[in-house]
Write a protein that binds this ligand. Structure first.
Ligand SMILES: Nc1ncnc2c1ncn2[C@@H]1O[C@H](COP(=O)(O)OP(=O)(O)OP(=O)(O)O)[C@@H](O)[C@H]1O
Length: 611
């Protein structure tokens, strides 16, 4: 990784040639560069691969009912291999199955398996602050108790040896019945942070009884115990894949629903049982309207990428799901929110969905991992293509994710790279679900080692071996930058991020300087200069006229904005006292309970046109 950084340094993209416009990129000077390794990238922009969706376990039709679905205790005779049961108030785990274990957990040397990196232990040094009333003690290791024995076995199969900070805190917080707003750096295990406590509790307490009225109904209806909402189809799928691992052998059957895919087959999957539902909001609303799902038995509601889920694009849909259907009220369910960023205005909005919650921050809210070496290069728009080819020529093995701002640009740049013989593919909201899945599969497998993406790939995606993230176009929101670069440097591994900056990106210059400084990264002089020039511009972190998404540095209740009158706050690590930076405060657009209709069809692309 250090080698890749050094090579980028030696490129001297910001040297005199670039500015003068007479710059000749090395790929034109010599025929180096990383070229297509494989011809099977479909149409240049896809590749074979295909979905791993649908039913993972083979249904053997032998077993009895499993409980948790529809008729609670009898789900129509399906009992997939590797699936346990809840019988007479007791958990009856299924027998182990070697074949399923290899499919779920891979083998240790599998390159597609994200192993924790050399810096994994450094997570322990990140200061943690947990605020709210009566914050429970964190766990220090994976043990049973407090974790359910079966879950512990699955955690071992996943080769997780110790919890990350967010997991250490979330387990006892959820066990105590508390709500949680958790903010932790990208790649630091937030998925386990919600799956472990929710599953551990569910394994021990079993499914909720299904209402009598539902039992006689001619149409099968799913009554999930836990609902996880995620902003994109790809992220929902990934969470579902993780859920399959940790529910292995248990009574809990995970199911995923998302837009852009055949609703009929998703309904059939629901018919087979659904105890933990992972969903994108649009498709969930669609299925609620069709009467296929009831939220009446939900004990746990999780919003992953919560700030994204509550921003302007999704908030009406989330409000409809949480407040406009039959989900238990805030006092009768537990609500958990996770993200690496939590703008203050979104924290305000989130109050509506939480009750007496604990705010957990691992590191400064919105900070980037020091595992990522960040570089900002000054590149004018017209020089970007050449500069990109330079970077790619210098890159070593590993996958490179390139972010652009528009879907059109994603296609154009991908075509350009393919013309230059790179194995590139693209993902954005205008591609069909099949194309998106094939593109991601080609990238994951390395058949296409370059993925050009819009913001649709910015959040949550956990792809092993992404060694370099390039912000060809910088986003206008510095929080988006944090999520984008977080596709590398995950689970204690190291990674490099490079961003092309020019005066068109002035609106996030302050945020960038702040982020680089706090992550001990080099701040190039031009960035400081432009930041000083822009100092008259209104706004906080990442602020500017055009950027209203200032991240809070911590629990907004502590900034005297809210109702924060609790007792103790607990902090771990070396410091709990990171300074607060500017924040916008109460979002003027938040809090509305507007209900937009017609969300069934569009999903994570329709409501965010730039994706
Ligand atoms: N306790 C653990 N030990 C080892 N590896 C872990 C542990 N917890 C999670 N991981 C691994 O770390 C990687 C990142 O985890 P995850 O995707 O949950 O991060 P995240 O915090 O949700 O990131 P993002 O903010 O990008 O969504 C995954 O590959 C996951 O398998």
């Amino acid at each position: 990784m250090a080698e890749l950084s050094n090579q980028i340094e030696r490129l001297d993209i910001n040297g005199g040639e670039t500015r003068k416009g007479g710059y000749v990129p090395p790929h034109l000077r010599s025929s180096g560069g990383r070229r297509a390794r494989n011809e099977d990238v479909e149409g240049g922009r896809g590749g074979s691969g295909g979905s791993n969706r649908g039913s993972f376990f083979g249904f053997d039709r032998r077993g009895g009912g499993r409980g948790g679905f529809g008729r609670n205790g009898g789900s129509g005779g399906f009992r997939p291999a590797g699936t346990g049961r809840w019988v007479d108030g007791k958990h009856v785990p299924a027998a182990r199955n070697e074949k399923i274990e290899v499919q779920l957990f891979g083998v240790a040397e599998d390159p597609n398996f994200q192993s924790s990196g050399i810096n994994f232990d450094n997570y322990d040094d990140i200061p943690v602050e947990a605020s709210g009333e009566e914050v429970p003690e964190p766990i220090t290791e994976f043990t049973s108790p407090p974790l359910d024995e079966l879950l512990l076995e699955n955690i071992k199969l996943a080769r997780f040896t110790k919890p990350t900070p967010v997991q250490k805190y979330s387990v006892p917080i959820v066990a105590k019945g508390r709500d949680l707003m958790a903010c932790a750096q990208t790649g630091s295990g937030k998925t386990g942070g919600f799956l472990f406590p929710v599953l551990s509790e569910s394994f021990s307490t079993g499914p909720s009884p299904i209402p009598e009225s539902a039992k006689g109904s001619y149409m099968r209806k799913a009554f999930p115990t836990a609902v996880v909402l995620a902003p994109t189809r790809e992220l929902a799928t990934q969470i579902f894949d993780e859920a399959k691992k940790f529910t292995y052998r248990s009574w809990v059957r995970p199911t995923v629903v998302y837009g852009g895919a055949d609703v009929g087959s998703q309904m059939r999957e629901l018919d087979r049982g659904c105890d933990l539902l992972v969903a994108t909001p649009g498709r969930l609303n669609d299925l609620l309207e069709r009467g296929k799902i009831s939220l009446a038995k939900v004990k746990y509601l999780v919003l992953d990428e919560a700030d994204r889920m509550l921003d302007m694009g999704f908030e009406p849909q989330i409000r409809h799901i949480v407040e406009g259907c039959d989900m238990p009220g805030v006092e009768n369910r537990q609500t958990l929110m996770f993200s690496a960023t939590f703008p203050v205005d979104i924290q305000h909005l989130a109050r509506d969905f939480l009750s007496d919650y604990i705010f957990l921050s691992v590191g400064r809210v919105g900070s980037t991992s020091e595992n990522i070496t960040q570089r900002i290069l000054y590149v004018e728009d017209e020089d970007k293509k050449s500069a990109l080819l330079d970077l790619l020529s210098a890159s070593n093995d590993g996958l490179t994710l390139i972010f652009v701002e528009t879907k059109r640009m994603a296609d154009q740049l991908t075509d350009f790279l393919i013309m230059q013989n790179f194995a590139a593919t693209a993902i954005h909201g205008d591609r069909t679900q099949g194309e998106r899945e094939r593109a991601l599969a080609a990238f994951r497998s390395g058949r296409a080692n370059l993925l050009v993406a819009t913001a649709v790939a910015a959040r949550g995606l956990d792809i092993p071996n992404v060694t370099h993230v390039i912000n060809y176009d910088l986003p206008s929101d510095v929080d988006d930058y944090v999520h984008r670069i977080g596709r590398t440097g995950r689970a204690g591994n190291t990674g490099v991020s490079t961003a092309f900056f020019n005066r068109g990106n002035k609106n996030i210059v302050k945020g960038l300087v702040e982020i680089l400084t706090e992550a001990n990264q080099e701040v190039p002089p031009f960035l400081n200069d432009i930041s000083r020039e822009s100092s008259g511009i209104r706004g906080g972190r990442g602020g500017g006229f055009f950027n209203s998404r200032a991240s809070g540095s911590r629990d907004y209740r502590k900034q005297g904005n809210g109702n924060g009158s609790w007792g103790a706050s607990r902090s771990g690590g070396s410091s709990s006292n990171w300074g607060s930076s500017g924040s916008r405060g109460g979002g003027s657009w938040g809090g509305s309970s507007s209900r937009s209709s017609g969300w069934g069809a569009s999903e994570s692309s329709g409501n965010s046109s730039w994706w």
